[in-house]
Write a protein that binds this ligand. Sequence first.
Ligand code: SF4
Length: 348
Amino acid sequence: MTSTPPRDSTPDSGGPLLDVQSLQIAFPAGRGVARAVDGVSFTVSRGESVCLVGESGCGKSLTALSLLRLVPPPGRIEPGSRIRFDGADILTLDDERLRDIRGQHMAMIFQEPMTALNPVLTVGDQIAEVLRVHTTLARRDIWSRTVDMLAQVGIADAPARASQYPHELSGGMRQRVMIAMALIMSPKLVIADEPTTALDVTIQAQILELLRDLRARTNMALLLITHDLGVVAEMASRVIVMYAGRIVEEANVAELFAAPAHPYTEGLLAAIPRLGREAERLQTIAGSVPPPTALPSGCAFRDRCPYAFDRCASEEPALVEIGAGHRARCHLIAEPARRADRREVVRT
Ligand code: SF4
């Protein structure tokens, strides 16, 4: 891909590329507010691949949308939240600077490309529009770069495909178009929200492979949102597990898979289909994520937790450090003997 310097580069800073601190996202509920995301803090370094994991309703997609200030109203990011991206304070940027960052430096790939693509414009025109807005390239160069990008994301016969409309392409090809649109400005961070959920298994694997390959070639950072820990194993170096609007565990991938500290993570891992695992041993976590208006007292996971004990109902666990880069939120961390006992009970 030919590279054109962005018209307005965001200054590099020495810290992490993305730094989210005490993020709270609230929605009106009755006379008060319900916090769908509550006190979430994490960072993403340059070139790093991080997965945000959890079931539907745990707050991961809202967290992702907040990074581009796209939280749908009436939801709002609460005062005291901080989102810094490459040295810029996202929550106080004026609209023009925010547009620059969205188009050039931080891009998003959505789950269902059919709703994100404009049905009345050709896919080539939609990608070219990004270049028109953010570069001073000549028209002919814009088109050749658009076609080049489509070829890079694995679309065969890219010149012809560029002139087609979204409905003329398969689901897998539309997702490749979305990826091309996200990457055309060589962003520093790509946020991909369940980018393969709507696709069949073979195409899913191809799209993940494409993202992995593009990341290796461009050194972009990737924040991947998924409910599937199987995807995490292939894509991320670090994992953040969310439950009911909060981070419940964070660790590097190898450690999280080898020694999950939170019962919710343990449950998610037990639900991954693996070659050779007997079907009856595949477990799902009973119940569903409680809405922010109906959280139980104490630990938000306690109604589903096989290890819950008295303290879990009365006291909310804090997110504590249990090793280098490994944090988790569970009372059992302070009581390893109880955990071992409970595990015996759960297994019998
Ligand atoms: Fe389970 Fe209690 Fe730990 Fe919550 S604090 S995850 S209910 S053991």
